[in-house]
Design a protein around this ligand. Sequence first.
Ligand code: KG4
Ligand code: ZN
Length: 341
Amino acid sequence: MTLLAIETSCDETSAAVVSGARVLSNAVSSQIQLHAEYGGVVPELAAREHLRNLMPVVQTALREAGVSAGQLDAIAATQGPGLPLALLVGFKAAQALAFVLQKPFVGINHHEAHLYSPWIAGSPPVADFAAFQPNVSLIVSGGHTILVQVEAELKHRVLGSTLDDAAGECFDKTGKLMGLPYPAGPGIDRLAQSGNAEAFDFPRPLIHDANDDFSFSGLKTSVRYFIRDHPELLEDSQKIRDLCASIQAAIIGVLVSKTIRATQRLGLRCVTASGGVTCNSALRRELARACTARGFKLRLAEKSLCTDNAAMIGILAERKLAHHHPWSALDEEIKTNWALA
Ligand code: KG4
Ligand code: ZN
């Protein structure tokens, strides 16, 4: 089966061609530069940019895969959650394409797709479901921080999620307080590498709570007050590096600790992670260290697949069709707040 997938839920316009668990192409056009000027994603601008970029991105994906529209067996698109105007662009285009080609159409939950991106690896990338095993999956991005128990393929339950800010949002907002450009996560990651993570002691919210939820707004506020009371720190480049390392250590400490604890409690032996914050070098290192110490298997999404992409949408759609999941109707609506169950 050869399938075209489209992802436009936030600020990446992406199209991928997937065939037999192989990713034949994964074209991504990022809007980061456009939104950086505003310090965050502007939904109206994102939708206009998707409108401009979608067809070139789809054409690139088909060309790179060496596949013509007529050779497609199915079409998939992100149905939610996401920014309404942004979702509409990709979802409606995909439905129209499925209508014209008279092929099955599958609407995909963006977060469910993230659960499968850690299983896609190699060059060319292939989804390795032979190695699949029940796992605790951390989805951690600018909009979401979710911990999920994946019991089997297409079978999962949400263990916990953020009660307020997402981890990526905490990176971005605390970075802004230090004068770093949006999105600040990659900048904090880079500066933290030559900083002292023990220089400043920031709170690690909910780290000892028995539940699997997260909360990052208290940490952000604590950083805001600290910088307000010590503005001179921002005059010293080493102190900025120390701040970055200390903030990052607080965020990563919570993410790693809660992920490992849930895995132990559930008696599972496999951890996976995806979403933009999974690009963070300290998170990758600390998760690897914690998993190795306990004999857990760790599957981190490759960096290019951590951020939003259509390959993961296509891989999940293919699994769904293989498991005889019903097709989506061509007049179905987007599901802006489609929460993972
Ligand atoms: O998944 P993503 O591209 O978009 C959504 O939010 O859905 O994630 C973007 C987030 C931003 O908050 C960005 O700062 C964060 O991922 N991020 C990082 C790193 N790379 C991206 N955070 C920490 N360290 C990084 N290396
Ligand atoms: Zn995402």
